[in-house]
Write a protein that binds this ligand. Structure first.
Ligand SMILES: Cc1cc2nc3c(=O)[nH]c(=O)nc-3n(C[C@H](O)[C@H](O)[C@H](O)COP(=O)(O)OP(=O)(O)OC[C@H]3O[C@@H](n4cnc5c(N)ncnc54)[C@H](O)[C@@H]3O)c2cc1C
Ligand code: SF4
Length: 323
C-alpha cells in the first residue's frame, strides 16, 4: 500500500455544511475503514474529504414514536452490535454488525459507511502495482473485466454485512441532498451494477436508517461464511426474518449479501406464507436463495461453492429461528 496522498480535510458540524463541501467535490469520510484503504491502494484519489464525525445529527440510536428505531448513519457498528433494543427486537441487525470485520473495524466503522462501501473483487482490491501488472480492469482504469472478459459489465460483489439484516427488518433510508430530504425503502439504495452500485446522486448523504416496529413473535438472524473467521468480508451472507403462528409461517423475508453486486431481498418467499415451517418449506426457501445468488469469480473461493453455502446458511438459519 502507498502512503495517503495529500488532500484537504473538511470537518463540518451540520448536514448543510457537509452537503456544501460535497458539492465542491469532497468525498464523505466516516470511519475510513473502506475509503482510506482504497485511497492507499490508488483506487480512490479524492482531493478533499468531508469528515462526518462531528455532524451531530448522524449519531444516536433512538426510539421512534411509532415503536420503531432510528439509527443515525454515523453510529458505530460496535454500538449497533451492543444495543440491547436491537438485540431484543431486531437480532439480525445486531448479529450482522457483530459479524463485520474485527473489533477495531467495528469501533471505527459506521452504519452509513457499511451501507455505502464499495463493491469488491479479487482483481480490484489490490495495490496499484498489482492492478497495473494486470492492465487494470473495467471497474477502474482498464477496459476488460477479468472475471467475464467477453462482457461489458462489472460483477464486483457488494459485501456489507448489515444491509441484508436491515432489508429483512423492513428498513427505510433517509437521504439528504441538493433537492432536500427524502425517505425510501432501503433496497432502493442500490442497483445491480458492480461499477456503480449506489443510486445516490453526487453529494447525497445517508442521514439515518428507520426501522418499523417489529410485528409480534418476529424472530430474525444473520449468518455468514468467510475465509478468516476473526476478520473477513462475507463470501456469502444471509439474513432471515420469520414469524410463526403455531408452526405456520405468517411472515417471511430473506436477503443475501456477498453474492451479487447489490444486497437483495429474495423474491418468491410469499408463496411459503401459510405453510408449516417443515423440511419441505425449508428446502424450498433454500432453493429460492440458491437460484437468486449469482456469485462470480470475484474471490479466491469458487462461485459454485458460494452458491451452495448460501443454501446451507439459509437452511441453518431457518432451522435456528424455527426452533
Ligand atoms: C480487513 C477488513 C475487513 C473488513 N471486513 C468487513 C466485513 O466482514 N463486513 C463488512 O461489512 N465490511 C467489512 N470491512 C469494510 C468496513 O470496515 C465496513 O464496511 C465499515 O462499516 C465501513 O464503514 P466506514 O464508516 O469505515 O466507511 P468509510 O470507509 O468511511 O466509507 C465507505 C464509503 O461510504 C461513503 N459514506 C460513508 N458514510 C456515508 C454517508 N453517511 N452517506 C453517504 N456516503 C457515505 C464514503 O464516502 C465511502 O465511499 C472490512 C474492512 C477491512 C479493512
Ligand atoms: S468484476 Fe471484472 S470489472 Fe468488476 S472489478 Fe472484477 S475484474 Fe474488474
Amino acid at each position: 500500500m502507498e502512503y495517503l496522498p495529500e488532500f484537504t480535510l473538511h470537518r463540518p458540524t451540520t448536514i448543510e455544511d457537509a452537503l456544501a463541501h460535497a458539492d465542491e467535490g469532497g468525498r464523505y469520510l466516516a470511519g475510513g475503514t473502506d475509503l482510506l484503504v482504497n485511497t492507499r491502494r490508488g483506487i480512490e484519489r479524492p482531493g478533499a474529504m468531508v469528515d462526518l464525525a462531528l455532524v451531530g445529527e448522524l449519531g444516536g440510536i433512538e426510539d421512534t414514536d411509532k415503536g420503531g428505531l432510528r439509527l443515525g448513519a454515523g453510529v458505530r457498528l460496535e454500538d449497533i452490535a451492543g444495543d440491547a433494543r436491537l438485540g431484543a427486537r431486531y437480532p439480525a441487525v445486531a448479529e450482522a454488525a457483530a459479524a463485520v470485520a474485527g473489533p477495531t473495524h467495528r469501533r471505527a466503522g459506521t452504519l452509513g459507511g457499511n451501507l455505502c462501501l464499495d463493491t469488491r473483487c479479487l482483481y480490484y482490491n489490490q495495490s496499484e502495482w498489482w492492478r497495473s501488472s494486470n492492465d487494470f480492469c473495467l471497474k477502474h482504469q482498464g477496459t476488460v473485466c477479468h472475471v467475464a472478459p467477453k462482457g461489458s459489465r462489472c460483477f464486483a460483489a457488494y459485501s456489507g454485512d448489515v444491509a441484508p439484516a436491515l432489508l429483512v427488518s423492513g428498513a427505510e433510508v433517509e437521504i439528504a441532498g441538493a433537492e432536500g430530504r427524502r425517505r425510501a425503502p432501503l433496497g432502493e439504495l442500490w442497483r445491480d451494477d458492480g461499477l456503480d452500485h449506489l443510486t445516490l446522486a453526487s453529494g447525497d448523504l445517508v442521514v439515518a436508517v428507520h426501522l418499523p416496529a417489529p410485528i409480534a413473535d418476529l424472530a430474525s438472524g444473520y449468518e455468514k461464511a468467510r475465509v478468516r473467521g476473526s476478520i473477513d468480508f462475507p463470501l456469502a451472507g444471509v439474513a432471515l426474518s420469520l414469524a410463526l403462528d403455531d408452526g405456520v409461517i405468517h411472515h417471511l423475508a430473506l436477503a443475501l449479501t456477498g453474492v451479487n453486486p447489490s444486497p437483495r431481498l429474495v423474491t418468491g418467499t410469499e408463496a411459503l406464507i401459510g405453510n408449516r415451517l417443515d423440511d419441505e418449506a425449508i428446502l424450498a426457501l433454500r432453493d429460492l436463495a440458491r437460484t437468486q445468488a449469482r456469485p462470480m469469480r470475484t474471490t479466491t473461493i469458487k462461485p459454485w461453492y458460494r452458491r451452495r453455502v448460501v443454501g446451507a446458511l439459509t437452511t441453518r438459519l431457518a432451522r435456528r429461528l424455527g426452533a
